[in-house]
Design a protein around this ligand. Structure first.
Ligand code: SAM
Ligand code: SF4
Length: 549
């Protein structure tokens, strides 16, 4: 029996040569898989698998192709889903034509995002029907937010997919795939009150990456009136602090230089996993902010997590996204200012500059309170880089409301912006209570205006860096030219510079070339709304650079 011989992964006859062959090679394959499973993200690559190609292959493993849509949470979810499948013996392929299973990790936040996925699904279904009879049938799965929102439609009406798994059902993927293998459709869209995948260490998509995402909480309890997230990702729950710190440490040991703490509402983190944490007092909201929800008492809070995470490795940068402006007590701002390795970069999603629209959105703050927060952030963290999200054309938005958003953009002068046209989502409060009454062409015109004002102001904000040196974490060659490198500064702005020799930073006079994962000083020579260009000065470290700040 194969199972008695320790083969715990899906094994089937090769679809190309239809052969089963020696058990010896199967066991060898199992050993390779185990080693590969333990593989270091940044270490030496695993040896090639034994006898995986046809003809005469000893066995064929099920090859999974994963495609990600939407936000960083989905990038992280892809890594979690893959970690679970890898442990169950699946093989990952990055070539669509090699796939036995195609899984799309989906996004529902706007109509446009869903439309792109529907189009892709139709294309994949056509691919599926073209599979040769001699080949194993292609299985297609939808994971994440769209699976949660549209299970019935995807499975029954359109009959496009074999597997449907919501954001809290990734542990069930091996079973769902096994059901699909038998020719039936399989679905699990149960939302959980406590699933955080705390024990699943995600396998990074790019093993040489200098940065990584670490999920610290899931779901959202805020119920902004336009937003589908609370319905697709469920209630807010935080991952136990110890497991987060363990993952950050592991990434540091693997040479990762930058970690972004991730969550839909990252700064409302509240770890209640340990009994002794339950008595901790609740921190206040940002000054001038209110919430319609009952304050949650107890648990370890975001400031504590930030403090601990920044202590793991003084040469590792820490960022976090996406926060809600209401959860910025002074202690968080103080910590960002005090710690040399917490990036001086905050995302403060405003959504609108009109208090009337903000109320309809149920954001819990007015324009004035938001601007006070911006001032407090700037006073506490001099030189901070700010980013924001805005929605153009929300229900009932007048031209005057829109102009208030334009003026907020001018007043705050963000470095980075994410701007969207409003897209009505079923189930939300706006869907039930408000009217999507701004015509599409008006939404589009307002959005274009916001983008143009944002770019103008961001060019000015970034232009202020010309002539100054920036601490940059090198990511690798720039996309446009092999003679240039690119990386990000502390404010998360892309910096591009020629790949020239530089001082090695030890004071010995030696010269070196910058490598991915190096911190370097770059003198900025020009700036646009999205990119800084500059020249390399020398290699440095986070601590050294902070000492000279
Ligand atoms: N939790 C974060 C916050 O409170 O800002 C945002 C997470 S959401 C995934 C990202 C952004 O998508 C939001 O900030 C908002 O600007 C935008 N968004 C959400 N729902 C939207 C909708 N129905 N139409 C257009 N944009 C939307
Ligand atoms: Fe959506 Fe609001 Fe939650 Fe952000 S805070 S995920 S916008 S409901």
């Amino acid at each position: 029996c194969l199972l008695q011989r320790g083969v715990q992964y899906p094994v089937r006859p090769c679809f190309a040569c239809s052969a089963w062959s020696g058990f010896g090679e199967l066991i060898q394959g199992a050993e390779w898989l185990q080693n590969f499973g333990k593989g270091n993200r940044r270490g030496t690559p695993p040896p090639p698998p034994p006898a995986l190609s046809c003809p005469g292959a000893a066995f064929c493993l099920t090859a999974v192709y994963l495609e990600t849509y939407g936000c960083q949470m989905n990038v992280n979810d892809t890594e979690i889903a893959w970690a679970i499948l890898q442990k169950s013996g699946y093989l990952r392929t990055h070539r669509l034509e090699e796939a036995d299973v195609i899984l799309l990790v989906t996004c529902s936040i706007r109509e446009k995002a869903e439309q792109a996925i529907w189009n892709r699904l139709r294309h994949l279904t056509a691919l599926k029907s073209k599979r040769l009879r001699s080949q194993a049938p292609l299985r297609i799965g939808i994971l994440g937010c769209m699976a949660e929102r549209l299970k019935e439609e995807i499975l029954h009406k359109e009959k496009l997919v074999d597997i449907v798994a919501g954001p809290d059902a990734y542990r069930d993927l091996p079973r769902l795939l096994a059901v699909a293998e038998s020719g039936q459709q399989a679905a699990n869209v149960l939302l959980s009150l406590d699933e955080t995948y705390a024990d699943v260490l995600p396998v990074q998509t790019s093993p040489d990456a200098t940065s990584a995402f670490v999920s610290i909480m899931r779901g959202c309890d805020n119920m902004c009136s336009y937003c589908i997230v609370p319905f697709t990702r469920g209630r807010e729950r935080s991952r136990p602090l110890a497991s987060i710190l363990q993952e950050v440490k592991m990434l540091s040991d693997q040479g990762v230089k930058e970690v972004t703490l991730l969550g839909q509402n990252v700064n409302s983190f509240r770890d209640t996993s340990e009994v002794q944490f339950r008595s901790a007092a609740a921190p206040g909201l940002s000054r001038g902010f209110s919430t319609i929800y009952r304050a949650k008492e107890g648990g370890l809070r975001f400031a504590h997590l930030l403090d601990q995470a920044s202590r793991v490795d003084p040469e590792m940068r820490i960022r976090f996204t996406s926060p809600h402006p209401k959860d910025f007590p002074d202690e968080v701002l103080q910590l960002v200012q005090d710690r040399h390795n917490i990036c001086k970069q905050l995302h403060l999603p405003a959504q609108s500059g009109s208090s009337r629209v903000l109320e309809a959105m149920r954001r819990g703050y007015t324009r004035e309170a938001y601007l006070e927060l911006v001032q407090r952030v700037r006073d506490s963290i001099p030189g901070v880089s700010l980013s924001s999200d805005f929605i153009a054309g929300f229900c009932g938005e007048t031209e005057d409301d829109h102009q208030q958003t334009v003026s907020l953009l001018r007043q705050v002068r963000y470095n980075v912006g994410f701007l969207f046209a409003y897209s009505m989502r079923q189930k939300t409060r706006a869907y039930h209570r408000l009217q999507d009454d701004v015509p599409a062409e008006v939404k589009r015109r307002r959005l274009e205006e916001l983008i143009s004002v944002f770019r103008e102001e961001a060019s000015r904000a970034n232009g202020a860096m010309v002539g100054r040196s920036q601490l940059v974490l090198v990511e690798g060659p720039s996309k446009r030219s092999a003679a240039e490198l690119c990386g990000r500064n502390d404010g998360n702005i892309r910096v591009v510079f020629p790949d020239t020799e530089m001082e090695d930073g030890t004071g010995s006079g030696a010269v070196v070339r910058a490598q991915p994962g190096d911190y370097v000083l770059v003198k900025v020579t020009s700036a646009s709304s999205q990119t800084l260009k500059g020249v390399l000065l020398r290699r440095t470290s986070l601590r050294e650079s902070a000492a000279h700040r």
